[in-house]
Design a protein around this ligand. Sequence first.
Ligand SMILES: [Zn+2]
Length: 210
Amino acid sequence: MNRIFDEEKGGRVLAFGAHPDDLEVGAGGLLARLSNEGADVTMCVVSIPNRGDERAAEARAGAEVIGADLFILYEGKPCRVEDIPMHELVGRFDQLVGDLRPDLVITHSGHDLHWDHGLVNRATVSALRRTPCDLLSFLSSPEMNAQSRSYGQCFADISTTMDTKLAAISAHKSQLPKLDLESSRDLARAMGRISGVAYAEAYEVLRVRI
Ligand SMILES: [Zn+2]
């Protein structure tokens, strides 16, 4: 398994999720692996539509399992991403990118069929227009994206962090009836078969410097 960043460098990673649990489901294995490898990982949750305090606490617990810092963009203000004007969202992302100067950004796929997820993709791409960093995107949920055109071309080996990913998803207790842990494991196993490892996550490569 190749390291993503040099051992001495560590690396800074910023991940955007529209709602609590999106990042754990879509990218939890890679984020946990990057954290284990010494990267500074920040998970940014854009909005919490309802049950604010409860879901913020679950998001904190999920980030802690992954070993990431958590930043909730609109904490204490119940909203959906589509309620936020795009210029304001891009401005907030700009600010975060300027503060954290990430080497790698991970965000929702532009092919995600959930409207809020697509908006986060657009805002991320806009916010990175002047920032040289790598950019990967993920599909949050295969069940919701059966008609999507892309499942990605880059496979991250998450064999060492599969159980951490499931533990991080499980931190979202209020969502557990909707979150099928076995589906997450099955999908990671299938992506692992494709890429020759036990478990993997698939990403679209939007920008990678080699
Ligand atoms: Zn979501």
